[in-house]
Design a protein around this ligand. Structure first.
Ligand code: GLA
Length: 729
């Protein structure tokens, strides 16, 4: 059992293969956090806490005249607002009398075999049952509600998950104004905080800053996890590198508003919090009801950021993504968007599919523009009726012809969106999210449907199913092209309007779950103007997400690099597009565009008809090559070798078989210089005593990892190389 309970000391020790997490209910029943880090003996780590009389940091009443006991200074597992701890808190409740001061004490606990799941929310799962669950129940000192702290200990994954449930056992309503899923109190404070920031077409850039006194936070109040900040954060030592040093990763399995913060307090202790952003959140919990916070996953690495990422990659590939597409090879696709945008008819699509089939592409995706009145992005959203006039045929006819070419068929939806110029809006303007008496904020000239409403979701679901049932469709792209605003739901009373953002996300999950249940074999790709909702919550429903609307291979190096810190390659939608690139006008070699797109869920997004015969031949070999390397890329261990944003001439990354028997080294030359120096790249993840062959030459594994491989000289800007390294037998 990975969860140890020492009843004498009321000490909980959670152990994974390499890590350990510890809490203790102290003499007042306060749940203290005592350890998170390397695995060791299940010793009581609370000996490290220094008690002292702390001026202006008060003492709880039950501590009597003990002036050395102050919640303001103690490392706590789940600090509540108003307890005398003036740091950021994990919980703020408004009681029926309008006050908010709260204090929580240990009541009981339960240890269960297996990993818990959460009603209506994404959660890591473990079918092999190598996980256990601990539920610690705290009670508020006024005896109105319980706080159940859930811990999933995923032993061989080195992951600990958390979620919080508040249960109202009084006769009156209480309001949750803030509930964080994670709080980790470190007794010391000398960390860097790593966050991933960006914007539309430039997501997940890395930022690393020392944690200073005060609160540093990133988050989203956009109703989606957002392009701007990602709900994956890292705390590390200042000297932690890719391969060395300590670091902690925190990932929120949620697709709406979030906040992640680090606070260095007056005693140089660090508090880390991650949960729903409180700005758009106030949730009424009725008597006898329970509220569940979304899950967060935490991991520790004593071998740098690379190992930390690989812990998340493994867990998300196999224990978050679900269903057939976890283990089944995903098809190489052609998406028509950058090829034709809105300008197509059925014949043009069939011709594109025909050209694609000759190259070895396996799935043809019809993107935006096939429904309602939709020849531009200003109308038609909400009208999920096939525009047969535009297509010149039925959807079934298109799908049948595409299947006759040996391809699968996929289709784009934006289920949450609505244009004012749509039949749906004309019929049901009250279904769009907008506040009576206030003109709404438009974005891409569209509004959003109130997905917190079941009737609205049911309507959209029915219409989407009608389309999906009318033809053979194996893939669905679920897009969302704006942030939420004007939060209001016509069916909720005044005092519950603060629930709309969260209910919207629950509604989204509910509909995705229904879709998966009805079409278990369909591959669903998430998207929000590229990577605006690239988070672990969505991955529970959509095993791949379009990583960015920026398809420029060189821009993609940074985007995919930043994304790789928290998410596996198998989740990153990535396509080869035309050059000059649509977003940047940059020209990068076709080979390089493929090198980058292969390091994701590989596909093309262009009009094959516009390619030369020579290019088509190259594409054929690229697809074959991708299929050969599929397992290595999609299921192998991913190593970042350089940072594309650092001034390095060559950028490299690598996929290594988990057993070290082969590797694929990917290199892109970011700068070329005539008469330049030699360049080497040190490989990782090989067996040091084995002999490997690279391009007909033999090397020992330790030589490749220590001395590195001498790289070919690039003779063209952005030239790339894919180098296969194979162990001799
Ligand atoms: C978003 C997506 C694109 C494409 C367009 C269609 O921007 O990210 O891939 O589907 O919408 O309107």
């Amino acid at each position: 059992m990975a969860i140890l309970f020492d009843s004498t000391n009321r000490l909980f020790t959670l152990q994974t293969d390499h890590n350990m997490y510890q809490m203790k209910a102290d003499r007042y029943g306060v749940l203290l956090h005592t350890w998170f880090g390397m695995k060791g003996s299940a010793f009581d780590y609370s000996y490290r806490i220094a008690y002292a009389d702390r001026g202006f940091s008060g003492n709880p009443y039950d501590a009597g005249d003990d002036r050395t006991y102050s919640l303001d200074a103690l490392p706590q597992e789940f600090p509540a607002y108003g307890s005398g701890d003036y740091r950021s808190s994990a919980l703020k409740v408004r009681y029926p009398d309008g006050t908010s001061a709260c204090d929580l004490r240990y009541l009981k606990h339960e240890i269960r075999a297996g990993k818990y799941s959460l009603p209506g929310l994404p959660a890591l799962y473990d079918e092999a049952q190598n996980s256990d669950t601990l539920i610690i129940t705290l009670e508020d000192i006024r005896r109105m509600f319980y706080v159940h702290l859930y811990y999933g200990v995923m032993e061989d994954l080195d992951i600990i998950t958390r979620a919080v449930c508040v249960e109202n056992h009084s006769n009156e309503d209480i309001y949750l104004e803030n509930i964080q899923s994670v709080c980790v109190d470190y007794l010391y404070g000398d960390f860097d905080l790593h966050t991933f920031y960006g914007r539309h077409v430039k997501e997940r850039n890395c930022q690393r800053t020392p944690v200073r006194h005060g609160i540093q936070s990133v988050g989203s109040t956009r109703g989606t996890s957002s392009h701007q900040y990602n709900p994956f954060l890292i705390l590390s030592n200042h000297d932690t590198t890719e391969d060395n040093g300590s670091c902690y990763g925190f990932s929120f399995l949620y697709s709406g508003d979030f906040i992640g913060s680090a606070e260095l307090d007056q005693y140089d202790q660090t508090r880390f919090l991650l949960g729903i952003h409180p700005d758009n959140f106030c949730y009424c919990v009725k008597p006898q009801e329970r509220f569940y916070s979304p899950e967060a996953a935490m991991a520790y690495s004593d071998h740098g950021l690379g190992k930390l990422s690989r812990i998340f990659h493994r867990a998300y590939r196999n224990h978050l993504c679900r269903g057939k597409w976890t283990t089944t090879r995903r098809p190489v696709l052609l998406n028509d968007w950058e090829g034709v945008y809105f300008d197509f008819d059925g014949d043009k699509l069939i011709q594109m599919a025909k050209d694609a089939s000759e190259l070895g592409i396996e799935l043809f995706v019809m993107d935006d523009g096939w429904f309602g009145k939709r020849d531009l992005d200003v109308s038609g959203l909400g009208d999920w009726v096939v525009n047969e006039k535009k297509l010149g045929c039925t959807l079934k006819e298109i799908s049948d012809q595409i299947h006759a070419l040996g391809l699968q068929f996929g289709i784009w939806f934006e289920p949450e969106g609505i244009n004012e110029d749509s039949d749906l809006y004309r019929e049901h303007p009250e279904w769009a999210m907008q506040i009576p008496g206030k003109l709404p904020t438009r974005s891409r000239q569209q509004l959003l449907l109130d997905f917190s409403r079941e009737d609205v979701r049911d309507y959209i679901f029915t219409h989407i199913c009608q389309v999906l049932d009318s033809a053979r469709i194996e893939y669905l792209k679920w897009d969302l092209n704006r942030s939420l605003s004007d939060l209001y739901s016509a069916v909720l009373p005044r005092e519950r309007q603060g629930e709309v953002m969260h209910r919207y996300v629950l509604g989204l999950y509910d509909m995705l779950e229904k879709l998966i249940n009805r079409y278990p074999d369909m591959l669903i790709e998430g998207c929000s103007g590229g990577g605006g909702r690239f988070d672990a919550g969505m991955l529970y429903y959509t095993p791949q997400i379009w990583c960015s609307d920026d398809t420029d291979a060189i821009e993609r190096l940074s985007i995919q690099y930043g994304t790789s810190f928290g998410y596996p390659v198998s989740t990153m939608g990535s396509h080869v597009s035309h050059c000059p690139n649509e977003q940047t006008r940059r020209i990068a070699p076709l080979n390089t565009r493929a090198t980058v797109a292969m390091s994701g869920t590989f596909g093309y997004e262009l009009d094959v008809n516009k390619m030369s015969e020579e290019e088509k031949e190259i594409v054929k070999t690229q697809i074959q090559e991708f299929k050969e390397y599929y397992d290595l890329i999609q299921y192998g261990d991913y190593y970042r070798l350089t940072n594309p944003d650092a001034v390095e001439a060559y950028h490299g990354w690598e996929f290594a078989a988990p057993d070290g028997s082969e590797a694929l080294l990917c290199i892109v030359a970011l700068q070329i210089h005539p008469n330049g120096p030699g360049r080497w790249m040190r490989l990782k993840g090989l067996k040091k005593d084995s002999i490997y062959t690279v391009d007909g030459k033999e090397y020992a594994g330790d030589v490749l990892m220590n001395g590195g491989l001498l790289l070919p000289t690039a003779t063209e800007e952005y030239e790339s190389f894919r180098i296969h390294i194979v162990e001799n037998h």
